[in-house]
Design a protein around this ligand. Sequence first.
Ligand code: PMP
Length: 421
Amino acid sequence: MHPQDPDVAPESEVRSYSRDWPTLFTHARGSRTTDAHGRSYLDFFAGAGTLNYGHNPAPLKKALLAYLEDDGITHSLDLFTAARTDFLRALQSCVLAPRGLDYRVQFPGPTGTNAVEAALKLARKVTGRQTVVAFTGAFHGMSLGSLAVTGNEAKRAGAGVALGQVHRLPYDGFAGGTVNGPALLDAMLTSKNSGLDRPAAVIVETVQGEGGVQVASDQWLRALARVCRRHDMLLIVDDVQMGCGRTGGFFSFEASGVVPDIVCLSKALSGYGLPLALTLFRPELDVWAPGEHNGTFRGHNLAFVTAAAALREFWQNDLLEQRTLRRAEQIADRLRELPGARVRGRGLVWGVEFDDPATAGRVSRAAFERGLLVETSGARGEVVKLLPPLTVSDAELEEGLTLLEESVAAVSPPLRVPLAA
Ligand code: PMP
């Protein structure tokens, strides 16, 4: 492994995942990845929700290799290219048109946090207001605007400057579900005495992935959307982690019937781990001046190629969506058998929370030793998060769940058997 290798430029202490999984990964295909010792791991981490179609999916790889072989354009800022046009055509025909969604498409820069920054900036520009409502447990990225709307204390501490212009509200289920966030917001904005100035927007995840797989109910999301409409605030759904089919539908908000004003997408969009992000918004909100929000990597042609192939392969019909919804039941049934654990999830994102926050980390390590990659999430890393590729086979899913059960059993204290009198 390279951390000890004097011939390799030393990496910063900031690296994190490689501390939990200290091996050198070399190859990957489908739901499995292999390390330099030839050891195979079942990957229920999937690039933190980036590899929804598994590693190196064949139809995407074929399209990418053909494009490279043909000397297709790889970098183009925001010039028109054949790959860009083809991606936008696939997005329109496979995703937006079938859902009746009339969105303009902005390429904000390559990563999820870029999509969030563009969304926040646009919402403030359109409304002329500064504050944004964000939720407890939220995760929206590490650049300063996104970090301001993120909840995690340790991550926020890294900013080094004040993180402001945010009004924080309890997410669905926070504090034991004692406070109804949308109702509170409605009351505060209706009151002439609350001291809360009208925010520009509300930013929300339908399921908080980093926040410990906290799931907002459809009813809660609809109530939130109503409050936004009533008080003329823009609704931003950050679908960076839960979009692209993770919860079933292409967009995670589809099941609730809510139609956001602005949507952030990234992670699994290219389907190949190639950076690509989008900020989608209603056409009336498109008040950008040309070049007002720019950047060198706004639309990566190789990612366009694999993204277009992914949309045509997996989103021309609802087969993948239906399969994901069926899998949800299969996973939930097995996870609920785990002793001492609370289980939450939708589609193919599931969280297993243990009474003792340290247990999740121990389970993740025990799983690694058994050849299963699962990460932890939540403010204290108290939740084991399952993000298998959406293309995982039935056998692989069963195998992963069995490895998880074995890992939980391995770290749980043995049951005390009462001594016979
Ligand atoms: N929003 C959400 C919901 C996320 O889960 C993430 C990444 N975990 C981000 C934004 C930030 O994306 P990126 O790391 O690509 O900047």
